[in-house]
Design a protein around this ligand. Sequence first.
Ligand SMILES: C[S@@+](CC[C@H](N)C(=O)[O-])C[C@H]1O[C@@H](n2cnc3c(N)ncnc32)[C@H](O)[C@@H]1O
Length: 633
Amino acid sequence: EESNHCDANSHHHGPSSCAAGESYNNCPLWLAPSYTGTDREPKYGLFAGKAYGVNETLPVHAELAIPLVDFNFQPTEQFQRNPAVSLPNHHAQLIDFLEGFFWTANFVGAQCEGEYSAPAAIPGIGVLSHYHSGISNVNFHQASVLLRKSPSFLKAGEPHLSRGAITTYHNVTLQATREIPLGMEFFADFGDVWDETSGDNDDAYQDTIRRSDYEKADTIISDLVTFFQEFPDLSRDLQEEIVDFMVDDVLGEAAGKHAKTIRSLIPSSPRKVAQAQAAGGSFLYRYREMIRSSDWLQQNGFCLDTLRAGPSRIPSAGWGAFATRRIQKGETITVSPMLHIADKEILNMYPVGETSSSTQSIGKQMILNYCFGHPESSLLLFPLGSLATLINHQSGKSSNAYVTWSRRVDKLPNQHQYHDYTVEQMAEVSKIVLTMKVVATSDIAEGDEIFLDYGPQWVAAWNDYQARWQRDKQGNSHPLRAQDLRDQYRTKPFAAARTKRPPYPVGVATACFLNVREVPDGKPMFDEALRVEIVEWSSPTTQQDYHGRNLFIVDVLDRAMAPEHFFNYTVLAKFAEDRIEEIVNVPHEACTFVDLPYQGDISLPGAFRHPIGIIDGHFPQKWRNLKGTKSKQ
Ligand SMILES: C[S@@+](CC[C@H](N)C(=O)[O-])C[C@H]1O[C@@H](n2cnc3c(N)ncnc32)[C@H](O)[C@@H]1O
């Protein structure tokens, strides 16, 4: 009754009366069946509910990233020696499947958390934007997470119940890498490796035309359009001849065996050439249906405008999810595709290193705290939905939401046939087939925090943890972490190690974002004392230039005041085993701190690790493979 104006509520009551102009129903982001799926095998993707300009960041949806420390490290040899443990093969397959949903650690700067690896699970924006060999239009804005500030609930040097229980990687955002028209699906840049291998991809939707083919076609299209604009009086016949000539001429020389492919991307009539350019290039012209109408999104999609992240009202809980508008009792707050992890043992962690021959698990991955599970099953479900992982617990009546399977009325239905699979069969399913929804159990006001009841097992585990934590807490202090130093040193110069031992706590190292070039002529190129090459820092100079892959642990050797940069440093970096270099003119803002392996809060001994409970009545009987056995949670 409240929404007769053009606002985000109206999509719940059928098509809105607003003209589709700047945005679809004021909803900037939609979850809807992906162009890359099929009716029988839907995939859910993200769609632009407004037009995005280059480098524009997606609003509101700042996500968490949860590193999996040494995830694919398995003490295989030991397993093989012990015939009672038959996990490796089946785990290798699971790891393969799951890794397809995780990002390399360096996207969020987590590469130092583990000795071996630390891929990061990034729900929402991190996994829902699919891959297409022909186009990418979004990418992570890495600076937003790499240069993040401390959350208000953590105080430097003080213990906190949530340390080790929740991730310290937050504020992961996505940004447009090209103009994204209203209604277009998001395709993430998965990097060149994916491009190279996509040739033998047997997914029917995938386009065998490469991104570079479209780019070459676009160059020709734009040349043609410019040419016709300069000579507007050419006859049609002549124009067509020119199209043929240009295409043959340019392609004959440049494109080799791809010439035919590229040619097929360039329309033959001059009018259509102009249309292709107006559509945003040959890719968008070819895939006009990839751009969905407002009506289509309202009928088939869910507007992801209900939640935002913020510090929880519960002081010990960390981040929480808050309502961005009024939500009525019974309304679906959000819909979330679920990644099934068919064996929770895969989240067990083992000691890493040549000397460790133990198959004794030393703990569980933090991602367990973000998964849904059931004590009678080894199956876990990790929510891939936007911000769904942020919803905290409150018991019974104090909660205002519950989680259940989505249905056809929710537009993005769960595929219920998988409830009849056994856990072993689920382990063979290597695509996302399950979808859950979060439903309001009472009226929720704008700004209210959303709470689920995580269930009795979780509550018991949390109470145990809290009691143990109170008992074991060493006084009132906690070691300083990289993030604490990052905050402190924003306005404080780094220490110069050539003169004095740096005052940083053990477990924390200095690191800089380093792109380098040769030093300009006339300067010494070699440090005789340290016997290393000297090079000059060149970037990052803009927010877009910050990439986790350029983050290297360094020794800061010297410093000098530099009016534009506060301080400039000379640092020593080990780029590879056989490449140690001295880098001059590294500005203050390119330097930071990282936690050394196993020194971050994520590796805190005794940290809380327990999944969220799925309501018993909603958990399929077939999945209860641990029923009757001693619970392994
Ligand atoms: C799914 S996550 C929720 C998001 C989390 N607060 C964060 O900042 O990443 C679940 C974890 O949040 C924390 N949590 C949730 N509800 C809590 C509560 N009522 N009290 C304390 N911690 C809570 C626990 O650490 C739990 O393992």
